[in-house]
Design a binder for this molecule. Structure first.
Ligand SMILES: *Cc1c(COP(=O)(O)O)cnc(C)c1O
Length: 322
């Protein structure tokens, strides 16, 4: 299961430290123990889950002698942000296909990734929709013949291998067997990758239930994608819940905004409203409803996503007042 490291990837050294675990205080968590793995603290710029998904692609690019990395994302994409940073560190050119109109005001993420040296192509939403088609892929490969093309969000079975690196770091700090492992799920790649990697640590994860809190109202797609990448035996211990999207991807409601700000204050850490705030809201609500067995131990991932936070926080503060 562990992929061979054919060269010393400088990114591994950047993120080579034990993952900090943080005990969380939640209004409804008096009967359970909730710990959070702080992926938001692995590196000042490179925070979150996206770098793990990129590691295998970077190895592949080196192996195949590719000269650049190309991928896709929205105006606030954490994935493109991590890719731009990785490219800068490795001295590999990066290309970002961004879903936006030519004349649209630029997001902070866009100006940040450009400053890190990423070449940006803006594709209007209608055209962007076709990004995974064979035809578009062929023409992109013609335009950038030496680039390795990485799917949007790193949604690919190859990406799951990168999480063996994360689990190796988590196991250095984690002492107890975990009953529930919880992650926010966009594509589900992170959750599937963690499940696959967890088999190396049976004393911690042998009986663990894995739960994905969907950031998109599309439980079946995430569930099917994860199941294609894990064993049938593991599939029995996987649950995707999509009751906490608050109206859809990147949508926020006053109740979520209030929860997020209160949680941040109480736990002395920051969240993003698109993924991690929804996951923690879900954990708290599920605990309230008795979903978790009494006395159980939960480990959730803080998957980062804080680079886009500054453009969203004003809206969160406004909404929280309703
Ligand atoms: C991308 C992202 C996720 C979702 O990861 P997937 O592997 O696509 O499921 C969760 N949290 C944050 C902060 C992200 O940026």
């Amino acid at each position: 299961m562990f992929y061979e490291r054919s060269f010393i990837n400088p990114l591994h050294t950047l993120i080579a430290k034990p993952i900090e675990l943080h005990n969380l205080i939640l209004p409804s968590s008096n009967k359970i123990k909730v710990q959070c793995a702080r992926l938001d603290k692995i590196h000042p710029t490179l925070s979150g889950n996206k770098i793990y998904k990129l590691l295998p692609f970077i190895e592949q690019a080196k192996k195949e002698g590719k000269q650049a990395l190309l991928s896709f994302g929205g105006m606030h994409s954490n994935h493109l942000h991590a890719l731009a940073f990785a490219g800068k560190e490795l001295g590999l050119p990066t290309i970002g296909i961004v879903r936006c109109y030519e004349n649209q005001p630029e997001s902070k993420t866009l100006s940040d990734i450009r400053a890190m040296g990423m070449h940006i192509e803006k594709w209007p939403p209608k055209h962007y929709q076709l990004k995974s088609s064979t035809e578009i892929n062929k023409s992109l490969q013609c335009q950038f013949p030496t680039a390795l093309i990485i799917p949007e969000g790193g949604a690919d079975p190859r990406a799951t291998d990168g999480f063996s690196w994360l689990l190796q770091q988590i196991h250095l700090t984690l002492k107890d067997q975990i009953d529930y492992f919880i992650s926010s799920a966009g594509t589900g790649t992170t959750l599937a990758g963690c499940m696959r990697a967890s088999t190396a640590y049976p004393s911690l994860f042998n009986e663990t239930e894995f739960i994905g809190i969907a950031a998109v109202k599309d439980k079946n797609t995430i569930d099917n994608r994860c199941k294609a990448w894990i064993s049938m035996d593991q599939a029995k211990r996987l649950t995707i819940i999509d009751d906490y999207t608050f109206g859809g991807f990147a949508k926020v409601k006053p109740e979520l905004a209030r929860f997020m700000l209160e949680f941040e204050q109480q736990n002395d850490l920051l969240l993003d409203p698109i993924y991690t705030a929804k996951m923690l809201y879900a954990i708290n609500d599920l605990a309230d409803k008795g979903f978790f067995k009494g006395g159980s131990r939960l480990l959730c991932l803080h998957t980062g996503g804080l680079q886009g936070r500054s453009s969203l926080i004003e809206k969160i503060q406004r909404l929280a007042k309703y």
